[in-house]
Ligand binder design. Structure first.
Ligand code: FUB
Length: 345
């Protein structure tokens, strides 16, 4: 349910039809990356605020400054806000726009991975560490070398390797990196530098992390998303092509790469036998929510799988004031996921 239609929404009626309610309502939270560490649920969201920035298609109104970690003892228990975990003022290289983060754990240290705009106006991805899953986190002095764009998601494979998946179109600047270096020429428009509709869509990236999880161990590689015939999805196929919000999880030995289609507002996914892909498009996990953006994570908790996602129902449709929610997802026998409708009739 994209932003353009919100003036017609009866939010009281909609909230009654919603399949779940915000996990916290004292602050706005979005882009939830959920993990199950040591028998407890930790959610690493964006912390939405209204900073008074004008709306534009580059997402300048998403002017977030810090992160809070949300924790839950179990899926049915109250969600706790553990306070500020990292502020942009404590990240030497970052100027603004603390967008969708993720976290992971290795040998008792917790790593917060986050995108932010550096002082030159280019999005980079940084790392901050803490001995606690809830922070506070201490940022590395520089962004990850060779990082660019937004929405990092760090997946730990069964062999102990960690991979970062990332990228995002329009305000996320992925289209400006088509030639391998940042295209700084004007115009700073969300659609400049995009492929034509009949060309292959821009692809997200993956890079294996170094053992200390602070740098890329390799040059990032593109991740192919293909149709059932093995053909790359096209840029004009905007109900299926990648836009932002990468996530990787494993189910029954298969790799599931899920993402948002951005301007068509779906959470979709593809399946592969390899963490580098190619991923064969399989369908939608979540239909459009109230608000322009859709962003999610999939987390297995005590044998059940959950989709953490957000919508703008609490703010009555303000697209940059979102709330994190959770709903169980179901797999069919062939490994496909039953599409969730966020508001039931
Ligand atoms: O929260 C800011 C941006 O909005 C995220 O980085 C995108 O995924 C979208 O949710």
């Amino acid at each position: 349910m994209p932003e353009e239609s919100i003036e017609h929404i009866d939010f009281d009626a909609l909230n009654k039809k919603a399949i779940s309610q915000p996990l916290v309502s004292h602050i706005y939270t979005a882009d939830p990356s959920a993990h199950y560490f040591n028998g407890k649920i930790y959610i690493y969201p964006s912390h939405d605020v209204d900073a008074g920035e004008a709306f534009d298609d580059l997402g300048s109104h998403f002017a977030m400054e810090d992160y809070h970690v949300i924790s839950m003892d179990s899926i049915d228990s109250k969600a706790i806000d553990n306070g500020m975990a990292l502020h942009v003022n404590d990240v030497p290289w970052a100027e603004k726009q603390m967008w969708a983060p993720d976290a992971n754990e290795k040998d008792g240290t917790y790593y917060l991975f986050f995108p932010a705009k550096a002082y030159d106006g280019i999005f980079r991805i940084g790392v901050a560490t803490s001995p606690s899953p809830t922070g506070p986190f201490t940022a590395q002095p520089e962004a990850i070398k060779g990082s660019f764009s937004i929405d990092p998601a760090v997946f730990k494979d069964d062999d102990g390797s960690y991979y970062m998946y990332f990228g995002g179109l329009w305000g996320g600047q992925l289209q400006r990196w088509r030639t391998g270096t940042f295209n700084a020429s004007e115009p700073d428009s969300p659609t400049a530098f995009l492929p034509d509709d009949n060309e292959p869509a821009l692809l997200p990236y993956v890079a294996k992390m170094t053992d200390d999880l602070l740098e890329f161990a390799e040059k990032p590689k593109t991740i192919e998303i293909v149709d059932e015939k093995g053909a790359l999805l096209l840029a004009g196929d905007n109900e299926r092509r990648f836009f932002e919000a990468a996530w990787l999880h494993k189910h029954n030995g298969k790799y599931y790469f899920s993402y948002s289609t951005g301007d068509t507002h779906f959470i979709c996914y593809g399946i592969s036998d390899n963490p580098y892909g190619p991923f064969t498009y399989k369908g939608r996990i979540l239909n459009p929510v109230v608000g322009w953006t859709s962003h999610h994570s999939v987390c297995e908790i005590e044998g059940k799988s959950y989709l953490f996602y957000h919508d703008s129902s609490l703010s009555k449709g303000v697209t940059h004031l979102r709330s994190v929610k959770v709903a169980e997802i179901t797999y069919l026998e062939d490994g496909t996921i039953v599409t969730l409708d966020p508001y039931k009739d």
